[in-house]
Ligand binder design. Sequence first.
Ligand SMILES: CC(C)(COP(=O)(O)OP(=O)(O)OC[C@H]1O[C@@H](n2cnc3c(N)ncnc32)[C@H](O)[C@@H]1OP(=O)(O)O)[C@@H](O)C(=O)NCCC(=O)NCCS
Length: 160
Amino acid sequence: MIETCLYHIRGVMPGDFNDIVDLDIKSFEHPWTGQEWTARGHDAKYAMSVVTYFGSIVAVLVIRKASTRMVELCKLMVKYRHRGKGISRSLLKVAEDYTRRGRCDRLFAVVPEHRIYRDHPNSLITWLKKTGFEARTPFLKDHFESCGDSEDGVKFVRKL
Ligand SMILES: CC(C)(COP(=O)(O)OP(=O)(O)OC[C@H]1O[C@@H](n2cnc3c(N)ncnc32)[C@H](O)[C@@H]1OP(=O)(O)O)[C@@H](O)C(=O)NCCC(=O)NCCS
């Protein structure tokens, strides 16, 4: 699915976390702290994959089994220069395989409210539609919190 054979998908290794934290800060308004990454990296409920390009990390996927039916897409981020090449679709395939192996039939993601509006420069609405996610209402009150600020979340579900 990724357009060139220079990209490689593999599991996360302990030495990856500095690069992952850096990519998270550059990709999200509500990044996890280094401590949160370390804790989740040690937590068996979370599964993490990275995409490398000439050995450097350019994309990250974090998923977790959230219930008997559902797997949460906790993080999916692609470094800016590598977007639009099908990397997210390849990582969603990894997430789908994990979901089926766990006998689940749905993937979900919670998106900060401001990113569902089409006029926002970082709107995710087209990407979510193209990759098969549908919105669930109502919004999740104050789902995202960092530095004293909070924001509602919108849950999107993709049936497998
Ligand atoms: C959203 C994100 C993961 C997309 O990754 P990507 O590797 O560039 O996406 P892909 O190349 O696999 O594109 C998949 C489809 O979505 C479309 N798409 C991707 N980004 C898009 C955007 N910003 N706006 C509109 N469409 C977009 C592509 O055209 C493609 O559709 P097509 O196959 O029909 O042509 C990436 O922009 C990113 O990391 N953003 C910051 C982190 C984030 O918001 N993650 C989402 C968490 S829910």
